[in-house]
Design a protein around this ligand. Structure first.
Ligand SMILES: [Zn+2]
Length: 357
């Protein structure tokens, strides 16, 4: 028996990836129209061989804008992978069903931007946060060069960008979009996505979204729940949201919507902020992601190991907030992030930061 036969199905899986052509330039005009294309994009080399990004591409019959869906710039944020896989499967299925439909432009999906981080199931690249280093530096450190290659080879080719994330390790996120709501087109895109929460956040330097926006790309960040796991309900809702934007904002034919549940309109936040612990102890968060926090309502408590209340955290006395994200590790250290609160309202300031990028 040959070695490959002994490996059974694993050989089929490796052949699937091995059959995908490797390219060094993401030239969308080379993709065949109306066909789901897959490529490996060579992004850099190591002593043991190339590092390649997986690329999905679907090109319409007519020229038009390029829409990008990117994920896992933080390597452990994997909810983005089925979003991109299932989105392209849905797109292909729809166009197979109805050959008369077409659209202008190209959609590119990159389910994993941070390949080394993804392989190690960690957020960082070489100990650095790639989403603080954009647009990188071609003459800099390994992480700066990698960020630069991603930015110059992938991101600048987009006209629209959905950059997919999740919470960091040990935290939970709602399904929310972070966007510069003062930009009218981005504002419309964020609203059309129809997710749980919208947080206005001006486009910070060093982030993929911020740098993309400075290049004129209409970019939003979508936070899809929790790290290192798949949450199918959030995945479906994210795909449906992106399909809605493509149809209503960019003139694409209507794509199948899988999530038939009725959802409340997104809660709009004019800014957001984190509450940090000022003591160490045992943390109990009293709210779940997506919950409204009434004025002065308790959101979390820290007790001593003997059960004595050490610190209580409340929402603001003069306005309501919503729980955008929270810490899920009950062991609190001094200065830990506890709860991420969105301030409900639509008075968007030019300069709104939340400590995230
Ligand atoms: Zn992230």
């Amino acid at each position: 028996m040959s070695y490959s036969a002994m490996k059974g199905n694993s050989r089929l899986l490796s052949e699937d990836s091995a059959d995908v052509p490797i390219i060094s330039l993401l030239d969308v005009t080379r993709f065949e129209p109306r066909k789901l294309e897959k490529r490996w994009l060579n992004i850099c080399d190591t002593a043991l061989g190339p590092v390649n990004l997986p690329i999905f591409a679907y090109r319409g019959r007519l020229p038009g804008p390029t829409v990008g869906i990117t994920g896992a710039v933080h390597g452990n944020e994997v909810n983005c992978i089925p979003v991109i896989q299932q989105f392209f499967a849905r797109l292909e299925q729809q166009h197979d069903k109805d050959q008369s439909t077409s659209f202008a432009g190209t959609i590119i999906g990159v389910p994993v931007l941070n390949v080394p981080g993804f392989l190690d199931s960690v957020r960082s690249f070489d100990g650095q946060d790639l989403n603080r280093l954009m647009p990188g530096n071609p003459l800099g450190t390994a992480s700066q060069q990698y960020a630069n290659r991603i930015f110059q080879e992938v991101v600048v080719r987009m006209d629209y960008l959905f950059d997919l994330h999740t919470a960091s390790a040990g935290r939970q996120n709602s399904l929310y979009v972070r966007a510069d709501m003062k930009n009218p087109e981005i504002n419309r895109i964020a609203g059309t996505l129809g997710l749980q929460i919208i947080v206005h956040n001006s486009s910070p330097g060093g982030s993929l979204r911020g740098c993309a926006q400075r290049k004129g790309i209409k970019a939003v960040t979508i936070e899809i729940g929790n790290p290192s796991t798949f949450q199918q309900d959030l995945i479906e809702r994210t795909i449906d949201g992106i399909c809605s934007v493509l149809t209503t904002q960019l003139g694409y034919p209507r794509l199948q919507q899988n999530d038939t549940k009725q959802h409340q309109a997104p809660i709009i936040c004019c800014r957001s902020y984190w509450i940090f612990s000022q003591t160490a102890g045992i943390l109990q968060v009293c709210k779940r992601v997506g919950d409204i926090v009434g004025k002065g309502e308790v959101v979390a408590e820290i007790h001593s190991v003997f059960g004595t209340l050490l610190q209580s955290f409340t929402g603001p006395d003069n306005y309501s907030t919503v729980v955008v994200g929270l810490e899920s590790n009950p062991v609190a250290k001094l200065g830990n992030r506890i709860v991420h609160l969105g301030v409900i309202g639509n008075e968007f300031l030019d300069d709104a930061h939340d400590g995230h990028l």
